[in-house]
Design a protein around this ligand. Structure first.
Ligand code: SF4
Length: 392
């Protein structure tokens, strides 16, 4: 059985994910738009007490299957704080999650932290390496060196971590295709179970975005980005990493279940500043500000920057958009069963036929749709067409 088929069949219908945002980073990377702050002991204490409070105030109504600690840099917390946060997370989940990922920056990986995390039930570590070349790391404003990334990886393995993801970034200004191929090969040489590759985006108000606007760096062209994507797919496929989503590749059995649950538009709850949730018919976003988030929890009333009812047509369209980004694709019959009255059949038929005729989409067996390699390169543009579908 191929990984592609396995991922599709194993997508469970009602899994529940928990996301915990740890909003601290030692410095801000030039490309980063995530909410984060420089850590101070007092702030860490406030954060930990508030996240415990939020978990008590917003409990789960059924046990959680997967957990993802992201940030920020969760690995920046000292061992005793990691233990405290892990205890609160396990209590919230009501069971040991089947998959529990923690994001680590190479400079934060220490043997005692790895030990604490694995003993607390963490099953997977995700390390933001981004590149194995000093020049590229400098261009991204990253703090670590290539050597530090390799040492951190060795520390994770020595500590007993048997499920590691490495994040890499491509299409960085000045990066050649050869340099990118070298980065991929350096990652493959370490033999992680999972590799995520992200095309650099210039998010508003980041240091890189400012440099772009001042003409200090040049964006890679769309045509060049497409070639970066193509060589990524080719090199990783040859090395035994099956692509299961536009940016994600895994050895058989190591696809990230937490993300698959999210892309299938099931449910997840987010804790911590800026964390998002999709739960019981609502989409919620926590305040993008530590103080505003803490204050709500301290008075026993969590506040939300956004709180909207999420309708079946929205979930239906999003399940198509995110589902098509996966190599498993979308089973139309399953989606129609989940959202029987959400779609306008004639418009959907027209869109699907047009995408198939232009060789961007393939109809597999029994109403099962998968993007072609060409379609995968245009996944964002295809998403816009789904967003324009008329709702019932
Ligand atoms: S470590 Fe991660 S979250 Fe922190 S600034 Fe860098 S990219 Fe952003």
């Amino acid at each position: 059985m191929t990984l592609q088929a396995k991922v599709h069949e194993s997508t469970p219908p009602v899994t529940l994910g928990v996301y915990v945002h740890v909003p601290f980073c030692a410095s801000t990377c030039d490309f980063c738009a995530f909410y984060q702050e420089k850590p101070q002991r007092q702030e860490l204490e406030r954060y930990l007490a508030a996240v415990e409070g939020e978990m008590r105030l917003r409990p789960l109504e059924r046990p959680a299957n997967t957990v993802f600690w992201g940030g920020g840099t969760p690995g920046l917390l000292p061992s005793k704080d990691l233990k405290r946060l892990a205890h609160a997370t396990r209590t919230l989940c009501q069971q040991s999650p089947e998959e529990w990922t923690v994001e680590m920056a190479p400079s934060t990986v220490k043997a005692d932290k790895v030990d604490t995390l694995l003993n607390s039930g963490v099953t997977r570590m995700s390390m933001g390496v981004q590149s194995f070349q000093t020049k590229t790391l400098d261009a991204l404003g990253r703090l670590h060196s290539p050597d530090q990334a390799r040492k951190a990886y060795a520390t994770l393995r020595a500590g007993g971590c048997d499920n590691i993801n490495l994040d890499l970034i491509f299409a960085i200004p000045g990066q050649s295709l050869d340099a990118w191929a070298e980065d991929l090969k350096a990652a493959i040489a370490l033999e992680p179970e999972h590799i995520s590759t992200y095309c650099l985006t210039f998010e508003e108000d980041t240091a890189l975005w400012l440099k772009l606007n001042k003409g200090q760096v040049r964006k890679q062209s769309v045509e060049d980005e497409a070639v970066f994507y193509e060589i990524t797919w080719e090199i990783l496929e040859k090395a035994g990493y099956a692509q299961y989503e536009v940016s994600n590749f895994a050895r058989p059995g190591y696809a990230c279940q937490h993300n698959l649950n999210t892309w299938a538009m099931h449910e997840w709850l987010g804790y911590g500043p800026s964390a998002a949730s999709q739960y019981q018919g609502e989409r919620l976003t926590n305040p993008h500000d530590l103080n505003a988030w803490v204050q709500g929890i301290e008075v026993g009333k969590p506040t939300f920057e956004e709180r909207i009812q999420v309708s079946d047509p929205t979930l239906f369209v999003d399940a198509w958009i995110f589902g098509l980004r996966t190599n498993a694709g979308v089973d139309r019959r399953l989606l129609e069963k989940r959202f029987p009255s959400a779609w306008d059949k004639a418009s959907l038929d027209t869109l699907l036929s047009a995408l198939c005729e232009t060789n961007l989409l393939q109809l597999g067996s029994e109403d099962h749709y998968v993007l072609t390699p060409q379609g995968r390169l245009l996944a964002d543009a295809i998403a816009e067409q789904f967003m324009d579908l008329p709702q019932r």
